[in-house]
Ligand binder design. Sequence first.
Ligand code: HEM
Length: 275
Amino acid sequence: MAELTSTGTPGAEPAGGTPPRTAPADGAPKRPGLDADDRPASGTGGRPRVRWWRRPWVGPLAVVATAFLAFSLPPYLSLDPSLSRVPLEGSFAAYYPMLVAHVLFGAVAMVACGLQIWPWFRKRYPVAHRRIGRVYVLGGVLPAGALGLVVGALSPFGPMTRVSNVMLAALWLACTVAGFRAARRRRFADHRRWMIRSFALTFSIITNRVWGVIAMIVLMPQAETVFGGSDIAFMQTVSGLAAWLGWTTSLLLAEWWLERGGAAGRRRTPASARG
Ligand code: HEM
């Protein structure tokens, strides 16, 4: 992003201001609170190195995101409305083009977000982190979120899903813009917190699909009883549960991660100072 430091990396900072610059003795930036793991790769200085097995989420996240995009994108890349997985009957003329645009910008956001959240990439390519950050916000979240607001409010999956879609799109836009503004103001601790929330919401589209499958499996035996054999009631319930559970559980997980200080916080805080 435009105003990130030479590390391009969010770290903790003293409340209410930019951390003072201190002279680098070994070529590595010595900013108060800068996560050792997030410093650039240049220089040695005996810094603690975080081994790959301390990041057990990086590989699985990449695999899951790739699988999701490989499954989700092709029908929309064809630009053939008959292949849409979202029913189009009764929708207005611009709905399908808006849905396709949303899917494409959403894919940009997901790929960019995956790179931004990857500690090794941030540390190794700080300039790319700033550039991809702009792509994430301006070429991914803003257009995908704005389109998500419209297609979300008009979702064919019923009122529960519509309200969830609008809430998710609004929160996604708000968290991402807050993270972007924090970076431009060099408030990197705030930047980190908002972007972790933004990341959770970006990838919540995947947990949404997982909850959808779980809801369908759990509710299927009740299709004839609780739902009285109504396909519409069944599908709207499954979709509504998936929509709400997808982003609320992801956001709660992100808040839990932030509250416990995350990996960075734990390494910075001496054991004696922890509760
Ligand atoms: C996080 C904010 C997001 C919101 C609010 C949102 C909203 C929506 C809405 C409303 C729909 C139409 C289905 C419906 O009416 O319920 C949709 C479809 C879709 N979205 Fe998003 N979306 C978001 C993020 C993403 C991301 C990051 C991607 C990544 C590629 C994505 C990919 C898709 C795809 C592929 C569809 C078509 C449905 C399907 O084929 O499964 N969305 N989205």
